[in-house]
Design a protein around this ligand. Structure first.
Ligand code: IPM
Ligand code: MG
Length: 355
């Protein structure tokens, strides 16, 4: 198969980890006789420096004309003082919106090889966990009405959480369908004891539930969910939640696995064009060739699975990563005594050898 992949390298460690994933993709292409053609789509701080804006129109066009998009990470101190609309992160939100990527899938699975890196107590970790957070990505407080104004007590800033029933229903369907393919348990996370938008969320999720009688749905308040994730993550299969709750809980869940450097994500819509990115940030303070590229490499595997329907190839990458970890290769974030310490390049080589 021939596929066009847009590459958004981004800032900080972004270029390094994307290059690692591209090398792995090339190894897969060679083994299975595919052709992957790459085109760069600048976004983030580097695009601000080169073009004066975080998401140039040409980058959106490049992404739209591709079969899928692979993204590193954006942002850095250099651009921290810019106003919201001009920051690197605005580029990320912009591309999600432009591609209508409303469904963000963030798996958090414990790799037994690095289970002792988890900050959780051993008896909790021993139960293992394997969940997917389905985060709504183009609505909610990230995109609601916002601004600064003059209020009763002087200047105030505001952001609005707003969800339409249609937005909730479509993300709920993605989550129900995923739960059907997994263990059939869906936890919908909200703050329905306080927020009107959450009460509608709960109602709409239950409306959709009628179409999926084989899935068990539980509602959970977000504060309790944070506690339950730490207390017993094994209880979760699929989680569905809003943009902001999903942002927060996915960082929490990723750390339970031992390192945020391991977790991939897929942002999808109703077409096959998706955007795949690690869930971690651009880590601008990290020295060169130190970053863990595994989250980005696993994001490339998700791309093969969801956008290109290449299940065997995706599993090949995932097994190669697991084998690399089993064989003791570790980047600095996961390093433990007795293991083989690796640079970004070295661990990528080890993974490619196992493809
Ligand atoms: C994420 C990130 C982004 C988000 C930021 C960088 C805008 O934290 O993908 O989780 O909040 O969505
Ligand atoms: Mg986040």
């Amino acid at each position: 198969m021939k596929k066009k992949i847009a590459l958004i390298h981004g800032d900080g460690i972004g270029p390094e980890i994307v290059n690692s994933a591209v090398r792995v993709l090339d190894a897969v292409a060679e083994k299975y006789n595919h052709e992957f053609i790459y085109e760069n789509a600048p976004m983030g701080g580097n695009a601000i420096d080169a073009y004066g804006e975080p998401l140039p129109e040409t980058s959106i066009k490049t992404c739209l004309a591709s079969d899928s998009v692979l993204l590193g990470a954006v942002g850095g101190k250099k651009w921290d003082d810019l106003p919201g609309y001009a920051r690197p992160e605005a580029g990320l939100l912009g591309i999600r919106k432009a591609l209508k990527l409303y469904a963000n899938l963030r798996p958090a699975k414990l790799f037994p090889q690095v289970a002792d890196r988890s900050p959780l107590r051993k008896d909790i970790v021993d139960k293992g966990f394997d969940m997917v957070i389905v985060r709504e990505l183009t609505g909610g407080i990230y995109f609601g009405e916002r601004g600064t104004r003059h209020g009763k007590f002087g200047r105030e800033g505001f952001d609005t959480e707003c969800y339409s029933e249609i937005e909730i229903e479509r993300i709920a369907r993605v989550a129900f369908e995923l739960a059907q393919k997994r263990r059939g348990i869906l936890t919908s996370i909200d703050k329905a004891n306080v927020l009107e938008s959450s009460r509608l969320w709960r109602y709409a999720v239950h409306e959709v539930a009628a179409d999926y009688p084989d899935v068990t749905v539980n509602d959970m308040l977000v504060d309790n969910a944070a506690m339950q994730l730490v207390k017993d993550p094994s209880q979760f299969d699929v989680i569905v939640t809003s943009n902001m709750f999903g942002d927060i809980l996915s960082d929490l869940s990723s750390m339970l696995t031992g390192s945020i450097g391991l977790l991939p994500s897929a942002s999808t819509n109703d077409t096959l064009l998706g955007l795949y990115e690690p869930i971690h940030g651009s880590a601008p303070d990290l020295s060169p060739d130190v970053a863990n590229p595994i989250a980005t490499i696993l994001s490339a595997a998700m791309m093969l699975r969801y956008s290109f329907d290449m299940e065997t190839e995706a599993e090949n990458i995932e097994l190669a990563v697991e084998k690399t970890l089993s064989d003791g290769y570790r980047t600095a974030d996961l390093y433990d005594e007795g293991k083989i310490i690796c640079s970004t390049t070295a661990i990528t080589n080890a993974i490619i050898e196992r493809i």
